[in-house]
Design a protein around this ligand. Structure first.
Ligand code: GLU
Ligand code: ZN
Length: 498
């Protein structure tokens, strides 16, 4: 297979249509195209395919750039920063397309078609009825100048069609799928300019890749069948043909197209749920691409390990458990201070505006408190709201009475003799809050040990049967709240039962 690019000059691109929030499948496509370029010090281009004006409101363009940046991607040329072969919005390139339409019209490789939507539908119905694949039959292929002016005089705005050669085969190599051959006679003359003058997808997309010097087109498998038409256009215009690599689809766990009911459909969903970009990058990079390394990779390592040859042909399945695995690793890689920053950022963007920060400030102005808190709970936190929950369990006076009730915690309380609680409270006072001394003396005097000692303590102090080390939580809960929770453990239990 011909290699059009070398590692010296690779140029890849991401060419989204800003018609909604960035779908995870497209985010993965963008990531792969970016990694392909960064792997070899190539160039990465962002181009907006905004020709569907009814579906491209401004907010989506802005959101798209934000989301790509959040994921950690950067581009060397794009609509916001310009570049040597811009503009990078297709709606700003209409003059350019016009020149190429004229060239194709001049050589007869394109022609105007006046057929109405009804004409075309009727034609397809006939073809289907006789078992033939539906395609344009070529009614306007041979109109002469006189017939055309007559139709135009009636006010019909024609589309432009590309005149596909009647016979022959077209071989299109693909870096993922190998060579595919297409019988030209099956393609049918396809539209390259709509009747309102706007460019058809096939045309603008292929032309822009060529004019922008893109030599590696990494995109979704849904575009595989567009490739022969695009290659024909480029051949007709004597423009360079990029290499293509079509990525298998990204599906939900049940094999259906990925949608919200699988937990997330857009990159923004993941961002709002509190995922870290590094977790998402590591997860998406491995979805349909093989990495030998199983640990969290930084961008340089992700790029160094990336190659088009390692892309799988099997569809990828979105798997929340896998994504959470990467979230865990990405969180582990953060320092306590970075983790606190992440919690604050996540908290300031939701309705509970900076709740966490406020809660901690109320408890103490001690600057070390946030770090102490993070260090205590970090192993039990995958998402910001879990940190908020632990903050409530540490700092809120209502203890677990108001919080989610944990059945195992309630059971542990129920099994503990009533005289245990005043004893625990007194000994806590005597040990001056020293966790080790407290639990040691409590064990000696109550005769309880192991799980039957620590479960009720955990349940009384946090309302849960599992969580961070009690020794780390106790100083955060503080003597006063701890005392109160021990004293009220039994009564809270009886309330909870009613
Ligand atoms: N605008 C097209 C899309 O979003 C681009 C396809 C391509 O990458 O060539 O599907
Ligand atoms: Zn026609």
């Amino acid at each position: 297979m011909a290699q059009y690019y070398t590692t010296m000059n690779l140029k890849s691109r991401f060419a989204p249509s800003p018609t909604g929030y960035l779908h995870l499948g497209n985010a993965r496509t963008a990531l792969f195209a970016w990694l392909a370029a960064r792997a070899v010090a190539g160039r990465f281009v962002l181009r907006l395919e905004d020709t569907d004006q009814s579906r491209s409101p401004q907010i989506y363009e802005k959101a798209l750039l934000e989301d790509l940046r959040w994921l950690g991607l950067n581009w060397d040329e794009g609509p916001d920063i310009g570049g040597p072969v811009g503009p990078y919005r297709q709606m700003e390139r209409l003059d350019i397309y016009q020149k190429y339409y004229e060239a194709l019209l001049e050589t007869g490789q394109a022609y105007p078609c006046y057929c109405s939507a009804e004409d075309l539908a009727a034609e397809r119905a006939v073809q289907r009825a006789s078992g033939k694949p539906p395609r344009y039959g070529g009614r306007c292929r041979h109109l002469n100048a006189e017939q055309r002016s007559e139709l135009e005089a009636r006010g019909i705005q024609p589309v432009l069609r590309y005149r596909v050669p009647d016979s022959g085969m077209l071989i299109v190599p693909d870096r993922v799928w190998g060579e595919r051959s297409y019988a030209l006679a099956d393609l049918g003359d396809f539209v390259i300019r709509r009747s309102d003058g706007s460019p058809a997808f096939f045309f603008a997309n292929a032309l822009d890749d060529a004019l922008m010097g893109v030599n590696l087109v990494l995109r979704g498998e849904d575009h595989l069948s567009n490739t022969p038409r695009q290659v024909l256009i480029l051949q007709a215009l004597d423009l360079p043909i990029p290499e293509y690599a079509h990525l298998p689809l990204l599906l939900g766990s049940d094999g259906q197209p990925l949608s919200k009911r699988h937990g997330a459909a857009s990159l923004r969903d993941l961002q709002l749920q509190g995922y870290l970009p590094a977790a998402v990058r590591n997860y998406l990079a491995r979805l349909g691409h093989h990495y030998a390394e199983t640990d969290l990779l930084d961008d340089q390592a992700l790029a160094a390990g990336f190659s088009v040859e390692k892309i799988s042909r099997a569809p990828g399945h979105f798997d929340v458990a896998q994504l959470q695995h990467w979230q865990r690793l990405a969180l582990q890689a953060l320092s306590d201070a970075q983790l606190w920053e992440w919690l604050l950022a996540a908290n300031s963007s939701n309705i509970e505006n900076r709740l966490l920060e406020k809660m901690l400030k109320t408890v103490s102005e001690d600057e070390n408190l946030p770090i102490q808190f993070v260090a205590a709970v970090r192993a039990n936190v995958l998402f910001p709201e879990e940190a908020v929950d632990w903050a409530r369990r540490c700092f809120a006076d209502e203890a677990f009475a108001e919080l989610e009730k944990d059945d195992a915690a309630l059971a542990a309380l129920a099994e503990t003799p009533a005289e245990f609680w005043p004893l625990a409270a007194v000994l806590l006072q005597q040990s001056a809050g020293d966790y080790r001394i407290w639990t040691k003396t409590l064990q000696q005097e109550s005769g309880l040990k192991g799980k039957s000692l620590f479960m009720p303590l955990r349940a009384a102090l946090t309302g849960r049967s599992h969580g961070p080390e009690l020794a780390a939580l106790l100083p955060l809960i503080g003597m006063e709240r701890a005392q109160q929770r021990l004293r009220t453990a039994a009564s809270v239990l009886s309330e909870a039962r009613n």
